[in-house]
Design a protein around this ligand. Structure first.
Ligand code: ATP
Ligand code: MG
Length: 632
């Protein structure tokens, strides 16, 4: 058996040989003529000249051998439904929706924004786009109209697909009216909207001539057969917006061939998902984990994928384990936040169900603290694999690879570099290699492996500037995370070099929240920092300078002003971005060059030392932060 080390070494030293082997895991309509074109660094083109299709590999390819096997099982504890789709049924649904989209004028290369709850139609929509070569951009349903409008203006979609409403913890969350509002706000609105009416929102309205009804059109296309569009390997498959620390979201663009191969390989070597088995990923289709490991990954592997609409604790905290037992889930993927939520519940739920089919639980998205890691490992009696990756990479950067070799788990560590990544820990000062036990920036020597982002949508210069310009002496990809490696080669992620807040696994740029707060007419200036929170990982805290300070003269007025600011964020960004607290000050601490001392504010808010303050412009500003924090 090959060791992980050897497997990784070969992937770097014999890149062409290695990826040619992996490429054989998927179907090619036309074989590629070259494994990698790296003539324009840092832009990498994988499997040049090859033609393939994600939908073909995820659906059509399985029809002969497993047409009657379940492909997707939709389980909703919100509307109390369970519906299964075999590969054959999934194929039929995707063909119907592809035909509907073609009928609405969607062409190869057109963008389609999908703003939908966790329902099967969302999966059909993604796969139908892939089938006809349209570029989907799924936007997480928690984003408010203004955020959605910004993404519309960047992607310029010809079609949006949405639903009347989602449900979260028993409450109706309207989607359609947010779409209407975002289209009013957008400069480049789509001309058509396709609406899946779940009949959850009786107040929903339709726009004549623009909105089309999915059920009506579906009935007209019951026997549709839409041939797949064979795509050149590096044509775009989708765009997925990151939360964006600059406030202006970055459209992570991915290719077709590299992504298909990367996911198929990861299903084999990392997740160990065999055809016919079931995978349960508890994320949302609006996030990269949902793209890669609810939809494409498990289907590429011929597995059954669970599409779960609901929370981990309704109707009770045993619901996920019940799903694992009922559907004999062998691969599960979740996030540390969710596990911390479950840790607070009655442990009896974990003993109540037969979890014997489960081989591994994978966790990603934020640091997994040692106590949570050891608790869940013990409770499940199975390896719990912390792995580390980013929207940008589409699949794990650091992970153990149980499909190659069973290596010991170290609590708090996402193990070591996955094959394909020439990973380094670099000193911030001069980009030299950090020693074992020394903190460094986690960086990847390009070319990035297959599956990773190929550029920022519509902005090649931004791709280079954002990701490859951290060090002037070396063109390397920066993850913007700090890491450290122990003497056994295990890595530990120490935190971010930039300012992103991770609230219950949802990523928000501090800048994005600050912009939302600033939309309040009485706000002059604001600094948002993330502070550690036992339950949610991080919670945004806002420090606000008001234009009219008389509005916070009394405790009652202050409380009202705090509520008003929170309501503004809800409206601009969505409740996921709502600050846990809003503190009012008359000045914010800045350097003499005008840069906000965010790290110092954050340190104070977390009760730590604010660090080096020699460049501070006005020391009283920091005193104010201290006193408002002490007051509450
Ligand atoms: P944006 O790039 O828009 O600012 P984001 O970086 O929060 O947002 P993601 O790409 O979803 O969005 O998150 C990737 C980041 O999450 C990593 O860079 C890292 O900071 C964190 N992360 C992911 N997995 C782990 C893990 N296993 N351990 C520690 N941190 C992790
Ligand atoms: Mg990031």
């Amino acid at each position: 058996m090959t060791s992980c080390k050897e497997f990784h070494r070969r992937s770097i030293e014999d890149r062409d040989g290695f990826w040619t082997e992996q490429a054989a895991l998927v179907d090619w309509h036309k074989p590629f003529s070259k494994v990698l074109d790296y003539s324009r660094p840092p832009f990498a083109k994988w499997f040049v000249g090859g033609e393939t299709n994600l939908c073909h590999n995820a659906v059509d390819r399985h029809l002969a051998a497993r047409g009657d096997q379940k492909a997707i099982v939709y389980i909703s504890t919100e509307v109390d439904r369970e519906i299964s789709y075999t590969y054959r049924e999934l194929h039929a649904e995707v063909n119907r929706l592809a035909a509907i989209m073609l009928g609405m004028g969607v062409k190869r290369g057109d963008r389609v924004i999908i703003y939908m709850p966790m329902i099967p139609e969302a999966a059909f929509a993604m796969l139908a786009c892939a089938r006809i070569g349209a570029i989907h951009s799924v936007v997480f349903g928690g984003f408010a109209a203004a955020s959605l409008a910004a993404r519309i203006d960047d992607a310029k979609p010809s079609l949006m697909i949405t639903s009347d409403a989602g449900m979260r913890a028993g409450k109706i969350v309207p989607y359609k009216h947010l779409v209407d509002e975002s289209i009013r706000l957008a400069k480049h609105p789509p001309s058509k909207v396709l609406l899946v009416d779940r009949k959850l929102d009786p107040g929903m309205t339709r726009v004549e001539g623009r909105d089309a009804d999915y059920a009506t059109l579906r009935a007209q296309h019951m026997n549709a057969q839409v041939p797949v569009t064979w795509m050149e390997s590096s044509e775009p498959s989708y765009i997925l917006y990151t939360s964006g620390t600059t406030g202006h979201p970055k459209g992570v663009q991915r290719d077709v061939g590299g992504y298909t191969v990367a996911l198929a390989a990861s299903m084999k070597h990392i997740y160990c998902g065999a055809p016919g088995e079931t995978m349960f990923t508890t994320s949302d289709i609006g996030w990269v984990v949902g793209h890669s490991y609810i939809i494409y990954g498990p289907l590429l592997a011929g597995m059954t994928s669970i599409l779960y609409e609901g929370t981990p604790i309704r109707p009770d905290a045993g619901i996920w384990w019940k799903i694992v037992a009922d559907h004999k889930v062998s691969v599960m993927f979740s996030a540390p936040t969710a596990i911390r939520v479950l840790k607070k519940q009655d442990p009896a739920f974990l003993k109540k169900y037969d979890l014997s089919a489960l081989r591994h639980l994978f966790l990603a998205g934020e640091p997994l603290d040692e106590p949570t890691h050891s608790w869940i490992t013990e409770a499940l009696g199975r390896p719990v694999i912390d792995h580390y990756w980013q929207t940008e990479t589409g699949w794990p950067i650091l992970s153990s690879m149980p499909g190659i070799e069973a290596t010991p788990v170290k609590f708090g560590s996402p193990s070591f570099p996955a094959y394909g990544y020439d990973l380094r820990l670099l000193r911030e000062s001069d980009a030299s290699d950090a020693a074992d036990g020394e903190k460094g920036v986690v960086a990847i020597v390009p070319p990035l492996p297959p599956g990773c982002m190929t550029t920022v949508w519509g902005d090649d210069a931004r791709f280079v500037k954002t990701y490859f310009s951290t060090f002037s002496s070396k063109q390397v990809y920066s993850t913007f995370d700090w890491g450290i490696r122990d003497k056994d080669g295990y890595y530990f992620i120490l935190g971010r070099t930039d300012d992103v807040i991770n609230v219950a696994g949802h990523r928000l740029g501090t800048r994005e929240i600050e912009e939302a707060v600033s939309a309040h007419p009485n706000v002059a200036e604001v600094a948002v920092v993330g502070v550690a929170d036992n339950l949610k990982g991080q919670l945004p805290i806002a420090f606000v300078v008001l234009k009219d300070v008389s509005r916070t003269a009394t405790p009652e007025l202050r409380a009202q002003a705090e509520k008003d600011v929170m309501a503004t964020v809800d409206k601009q960004l969505g409740a996921i971005g709502r600050p846990g607290r809003v503190h009012f000050v008359t000045a914010l601490p800045k350097t003499r060059s005008g840069k906000m001392l965010r790290r110092s504010i954050q340190a104070l808010a977390e009760g730590r030392d604010p660090g080096d303050l020699t460049t501070i412009e006005d020391p009283t500003a920091l005193e104010q932060i201290k006193s408002v924090l002490a007051a509450k």
